[in-house]
Structures are given as structure tokens and as C-alpha cells.
Design a protein. Structure first.
Length: 146
């Protein structure tokens, strides 16, 4: 669902992936035209996998270790993809961004029942729901500033 959301956004400019995992979303962003692309994850193995997979895929992606619950405001860019569970997404909304909020935020890793509350928490940053995707019991939101 995150990849579908990225395909609907206008590529270009910086992009951050919060919870970069194996780097799939960051690599896709780089291949679609975002630049520079970076990711953050609390698992060192995820950071290493993202960097290694970016090399294999021939794209430039930076990846960093970080704890979204404890490290203060989260990294921001015009486009942010956050494939995180509800408590982490809520923490990101509560902590805020280390600069101007993104123009577009793809938030996923949510159960259907959690999506409304998460969408509402990001409204304080001027991000409003533009699209909702559902697959099985999961939901992904595309939030954007006007």
C-alpha cells in the first residue's frame, strides 16, 4: 500500500522513510525520482540491510540508526513514508518534526480501527487525510498539507 501511495505522489525533492526495515520503500522512492533519500530505524540490522540493498539496486540511500520514541523531533522532508505501528505513529505525531512538516506523509502499519485516530493526531501538523487504502485488516493513509 505504501508503494501504491508513492506512485500517486509527485516525485522529487528529499524523502525520509521512518522505520526503513530492509529499505524497500526508500529504494522505491529513489527509483521513482526522490533525491536525496534517507531512512531511519532503531534496528542496526535494518540500517545495514537498507544500505546493502540500496547498493544492490543501484540507488543512493542513506540510512541511520535512531529511536523515534526517544530521540526528539523526527527527521522530515517534503515526502515522508512512515511504515510503523500505531504507537510509533502516535509518538511521531506527538513529538513532531525537526523542521517544517512534510508536504505528504504516507502512514501505514495501522489496523482499520486505528486509522481515524492517527489521521486526527497529524492534523495538528497541518496534515489532512487525502487517501485511505485498505488491504485485509490493514490501512495506509496518505496525509498532506493543503
Amino acid at each position: 500500500m505504501c508503494l501504491e501511495a508513492l506512485l500517486e505522489l509527485e516525485p522529487g525533492g528529499r524523502s525520509w522513510t521512518l522505520g526503513c526495515g530492509s529499505g524497500v520503500l526508500a529504494i522505491a522512492a529513489a527509483k521513482l525520482g526522490w533525491e536525496p533519500v534517507a531512512g531511519v530505524d532503531h534496528e542496526p540490522a535494518s540500517v545495514a540491510a537498507t544500505l546493502a540493498n540500496a547498493v544492490v539496486n543501484g540507488v543512493a540511500v542513506r540510512a541511520f540508526g535512531g529511536d523515534l520514541l526517544r530521540d526528539g523531533p523526527v527527521p522530515t522532508a517534503p515526502t515522508v513514508v512512515a511504515n510503523l505501528v500505531r504507537p510509533l505513529l502516535a509518538a511521531v505525531a506527538a513529538t513532531g518534526f525537526d523542521g517544517e512538516p512534510p508536504r505528504a506523509l504516507v502512514a501505514s502499519g495501522l489496523l482499520h480501527a486505528e486509522a481515524d485516530a492517527i489521521a486526527a493526531t497529524f492534523e495538528r501538523h497541518g496534515l489532512h487525510e487525502r487517501r485511505r487504502r485498505r488491504s485485509g485488516e490493514w490501512t495506509a493513509l496518505t496525509l498532506a498539507r493543503p
